[in-house]
Design a protein around this ligand. Structure first.
Ligand code: NAP
Length: 264
């Protein structure tokens, strides 16, 4: 049996086990591969990861709060993981731990069109925002980064690119808007906490909300009501998960099966 897992703290809310198990079944691998959720406290991560290859694990996803720590535990890093400074995928192979990051490419795949040349507003400067800004800057987007704590936006832009801004353009002429903060996760009022106004989105805009849990989030409901295109956090989860699955198994991921399982 080849074992896979998602390591998080907490982890019981994760949709990855359902999504990845459905994908393994669809690929006819359910008898040989398994995917489970493992709750790992930050001070247990190094020991847990070190034990995994001996327990039959061939790979893992890592989620909050372990994405940066996972990078430090790896023997080899992909260039993407190294440049972003975080890993969401581990591969256990030949006695070594390899760290990859599929969050960045997952975001790009979830977008309805290339972001090259697009004026983009990213809200947030935490771990998720780092991967988002890194991906969009490399794709050729013109990225402006707003964050509640201005210094974090400045630091992020120095490290991965983009321009820190104290306030978004008052005309709000952004082709793409990405919420990479955690606002909305606990039911906070998005339009109170973030520099966004409902009824100001336009049909030519694309609005992405990384937060998921209540679908649609208040941000995406408002954007869709104004006619904007919307991409939710589940779609990004599906795309990053599909890329991780392809790294582990070498097989093409059954995206539609994963999408259905993640949304169920
Ligand atoms: P994080 O590192 O803790 O960063 C949190 C961000 O949210 C920071 O920019 C923080 O601003 C901001 N924030 C928190 N509370 C706020 C408030 N009341 N008002 C304004 N800004 C606030 O978290 P993360 O790992 O980047 O994750 C961010 C969100 O993305 C989470 O909801 C997570 O679940 C989601 N996510 C989704 C996916 C997916 O696949 N869909 C992947 C990764 C993450 P300060 O710097 O000012 O504190």
């Amino acid at each position: 049996m080849r074992r896979l897992a998602v390591l998080g703290y907490p982890v019981s809310h994760s949709r990855s086990p359902a999504m990845q198990s459905a994908a393994l079944a669809e690929l006819g691998l359910a008898g040989e591969w398994t995917y489970e959720a493992i709750k790992v406290a930050p001070d247990e991560l190094a020991e847990r990861v070190a034990a995994m290859p001996g327990e039959g694990f061939v790979g893992a996803n890592v989620t909050v709060p372990h994405k940066e720590a996972a990078l430090a535990l790896a023997d080899e890093l992909s260039e993407t993981a190294r440049e972003i400074g975080a890993a969401n995928t581990l591969v256990f192979e030949g006695g070594a731990v390899r760290a990859e990051n599929t969050d960045a490419e997952g975001l790009l795949r979830a977008l309805p069109a290339s972001s090259s040349g697009k004026r983009t507003l990213v809200l947030g400067a935490g771990g998720a925002a780092r991967a988002v800004v890194w991906a969009l800057v490399r794709e050729g987007a013109r990225v402006e980064v707003w964050n509640r704590t201005v210094l974090s936006a400045r630091n992020l832009c120095e490290e991965v690119g983009g321009t820190p801004i104290p306030n978004p353009d008052p005309k709000f002429e952004y082709d793409l808007v990405v919420n990479a903060t955690s606002v909305g996760l606990q039911g906070e009022d998005t339009f109170e906490r973030l520099p966004l106004t409902a009824h100001r989105f336009r049909e030519w805009q694309t609005v992405v909300d990384l937060v998921y849990g209540s679908e649609p989030t208040p941000l995406l409901a408002a954007a869709a009501a104004d006619g904007a295109k919307v991409v939710d956090g589940i779609e990004i989860l599906v795309q990053q998960g599909a890329l991780s699955l392809e790294i582990w198994t070498g097989r093409e991921a059954p995206i539609e099966t994963m999408r259905e399982a993640a949304r169920r």
